[in-house]
Design a protein around this ligand. Structure first.
Ligand code: GLN
Ligand code: ZN
Length: 743
């Protein structure tokens, strides 16, 4: 009979218990004992859920106080020197200092860098290596958890990140693969200790096998796994996910491992080749339940596809989730915000365990055929791309720039901001009261108008050139639009870990998207009525709305994106008709949807960029379209950025090396339109000094022609206080005036 297991489970707790405990501990409200107790409860519930669903193995080692990659850095002693202090007496605080720069004990220090885990919205802490990096082994936390689970009666399968993926993720040396000879003996020792702890199976994650790997990395797999397999007293399950294996498929199965896991959601076409490559002693683990989405699985389809395979492989067929369930919410039973009809269609992590069980039973000889779910006929991605082929504005940028200049008469180096202004406690409280129906819509709107009026008043006094209304009506840049558009549903407890104690609650795209009424026009119009200066309209772009939501699985993502783009285009047209002549369409998540494999990227950019252009393809030439992105490393996606064809782009750059900007102003002017490289970092409470800003402006003028340069902070200001924002913007405006006078 086929066996069931998972690659990992969410660790935040069904009611975000861990988040609350972590934050309380950091604030000094609870002690370490209390925090440890919460962690232990979360783990035992997770294990219990797996056992209750009849899983053959209980996965252990997926828990982390902050991040699983950081767990490995500590386990292998890859701890940068600045974190050494005070570690002997308080390991957990050292861990938190590595993660976030501070902990209840010890001195604050610069935290480790954080970056996205493959193509997910989960962020891991980047290992920092040095050329003379030495590794150690301190597997105490993992062994303790193995024991803890065993004492609760579980058949434990520890999970670790494989040595090649771990090295790949690190930074600080030119070629981290050179560190392998020093790291590998530690892995050997670790496997020995896990075997002594009676782990029959160990899961080793090597998701980099789904990337376009350089040859030297590919070639490192065989010798590395020969060494590990020889030393290991446990059986090894090599786990891959997020991407097709393709040229690495045979390589993966040829390794001396006892089983291989493939992501059959992302690469259903690889089940057959995997089967062909499987040797007669190996287990094939197929990830058929989507670990990245919330929809119930079409189990009937998998029953059909796997029936014969189950027959021939018997218990060498393992049924699993596509990747760790870290990326899905915990338990649908805790969900109170959804109607029953919607709930029926969804499965969170706990329900996915049950799906595994159902599928397992359905693959038994003589089992009943599962009911087939009807499929909707949908347009293909290729058709969507075709529709998006001609979305360019009628006039090219140079012509538009001319009419825009004539219309707006802005000074050289125009100053602006990215959209949001401080979300004050009062504003939060009022929003809360409105949601709890304690105040009326009228009172709420009146309050929002007062916030907007205040934001406009302050911007007028500061002397900014292009104003914003401040986004007081939005709690979140995606949720706000999701709530106004038809086709989305919003969960009450659909939290997913983003990093550390931070969780996000993505809306779910559940149907065709359309716009019943205008979403932002009244606020922009009101703001514009208060000032003679232009007020920018402010929208979240279609790609960002898509990438920060749970998408449908019954139609291509491109089609949902196009539907959102159509709704946004109506909004853009309405804003323009209402006299809003500068409109910003934010796309901070454009980069997130980029396929891990180069081969999928052109298609993605074709539809993603096409959808963005679609939103503004019908505006008048004198209407100025802005966009904003919260990063500055555009090297890989420069062509796409240019193809957005926005008149102005504002980007984050305050924290990054100015050299990155060369990309925008490189020889031949690789970025043709106007650009506002954020001139100060809004993530820090520090107020930038005028002098600093003046010299920064001069630096920028060296790489960007003055008629193309905009002056702005590097992101929205909603997390800052008005006191900080007021002084910082005043300095920004003053510095700009100083430089203007000298040009
Ligand atoms: N307009 C948004 C704001 O100012 C942009 C946020 C973002 O870039 N993530 O908050
Ligand atoms: Zn931003």
């Amino acid at each position: 009979m086929a066996q069931t297991h998972i690659l990992g489970y969410p660790r935040i707790g069904a009611r975000r218990e861990l988040k609350r405990a972590q934050e309380a501990y950091w604030k000094g409200e609870i002690d370490q004992q209390a925090l440890l107790a919460v962690g232990s409860q979360v783990r035992s519930k997770n294990w219990q859920a797996q056992q209750a669903a009849g899983l053959a193995l209980t996965t252990v080692g997926d828990f982390a106080w902050y991040d699983q990659v950081l767990n490995h850095s500590l386990m292998f002693g890859a701890i940068p020197e600045r974190f050494a202090e005070g570690s002997a007496d308080n390991k957990l605080d050292q861990y938190f200092r590595l993660a976030r720069g501070r902990a209840p004990s010890g001195e604050p220090v610069a935290a480790s860098a954080m970056t996205k885990w493959f193509d997910t919205n989960y962020h891991y802490l980047v290992p920092e290596f040095t050329a003379d990096q030495q590794f150690g082994l301190d597997p105490e936390w993992l062994l303790a958890e193995v024991l803890e689970a065993q004492s609760l009666g579980h058949n434990v399968k520890p999970v670790i990140i494989g040595p090649l993926t771990y090295l790949w993720l690190g930074r600080g040396v030119d070629n981290s693969l050179e560190l392998l000879p020093r790291l590998l003996p530690r892995y050997v020792e670790l496997l020995k200790q896990l075997a002594s702890a009676a782990a029959q199976w160990v899961q080793i994650d090597e998701p980099i096998l789904g990337l376009d790997l350089p040859d030297n990395w590919r070639e490192a797999f065989a010798p590395t796994y020969a060494t590990l397999a020889k030393a290991s007293g446990s059986k090894l399950l090599l786990a891959t996910y997020f991407s097709p294996l393709r040229e690495n498929l045979e390589l993966a199965f040829a390794l001396p491992v006892d089983g291989v896991h493939i992501d059959a959601v992302r690469a259903p076409e690889e089940v057959a080749p995997a089967l062909a490559a499987l040797n007669k002693n190996q287990v094939l683990s197929v990830g058929v339940i989507n670990g990245r989405n919330v929809w119930r699985t079409d189990l009937a389809r998998w029953q059909q596809e796997l029936l014969h395979i189950a027959e021939s492989l018997g218990d060498r067929l393992w049924l699993s989730v596509s990747c760790s369930l870290l990326h899905t919410p915990v338990d649908l039973e805790t969900e109170t915000a959804l109607v029953e009809e919607d709930k029926q269609k969804l499965a969170y992590s706990r329900q996915k365990l049950d799906e595994l069980h159902t599928l397992q039973q359905a693959l038994k000889p003589g089992a009943q055929t599962l009911p087939v779910v009807e499929k909707t006929q949908s347009r293909t991605e290729a058709e969507v791309r075709e529709e998006l082929a001609s979305t360019w504005r009628a006039q090219k940028y140079p012509e538009r720039a001319e009419v825009q200049r004539a219309r707006w008469q802005l000074p050289l180096l125009p100053t602006t901001t990215i959209g949001s202004f401080p979300q004050t406690d009062v504003l939060r409280e009022v929003r809360h009261q409105f949601r709890a129906q304690e105040i009326s819509q009228q009172d709420y709107d009146a309050h929002l108008r007062a916030e907007i009026a205040e934001a406009i008043r302050r911007q007028e006094i500061l002397g900014l050139d292009v104003l914003v209304h401040g986004e007081a009506e939005r709690n979140d840049m995606v949720e706000y639009f999701g709530e106004q558009l038809d086709g989305f549903i919003h969960t009450g407890n659909g939290w997913v870990q983003s990093y550390g104690s931070r969780c996000v609650k993505p809306p779910i795209i559940a149907g065709d998207i359309s716009r019943p009424t205008a979403m932002t026009v009244q606020w922009s119009e009101y703001a514009q009525s208060l000032s003679k200066k232009p007020v920018k309209g402010m929208l979240t772009g279609p790609v960002t709305i898509l990438n920060w939501s749970f998408p449908r699985e019954d139609i291509p993502r491109a089609l949902s994106c196009l539907q959102i783009a159509k709704a946004l285009r109506q909004e853009v047209q309405d804003l323009e008709a209402a006299g809003i002549g500068i409109i910003q369409i934010d796309e901070p998540a454009l980069r997130e949807g980029v396929p891990l494999r180069e081969s999928g990227r052109k298609d993605y950019f074709d539809w993603a960029v096409g959808c963005f252009r679609y939103t503004c393809s019908q505006v008048q030439p004198e209407t100025q379209i802005h966009t904003h992105m919260c990063y500055s490393n555009f090297n890989a996606i420069m062509d796409a950025i240019v193809a957005l064809d926005a008149d102005v782009i504002t980007i984050e750059s305050a924290r990054s090396d100015l050299r990155l900007l060369q990309v925008f102003a490189g020889e031949g002017g690789s970025y043709p339109n106007e650009i506002g490289p954020g001139i100060y970092d809004i993530h820090s409470p520090n107020v930038p000094e005028r002098k600093e800003l003046v010299s920064r402006l001069y630096q920028l003028l060296e790489v960007i022609p003055q008629e193309k340069l905009w002056i702005n902070p590097d992101c929205g200001l909603k997390t800052r206080s008005w006191a900080e924002v007021g002084s910082a913007l005043l300095n920004m405006v003053e510095a700009t005036r100083t430089v203007r006078a000298e040009l």
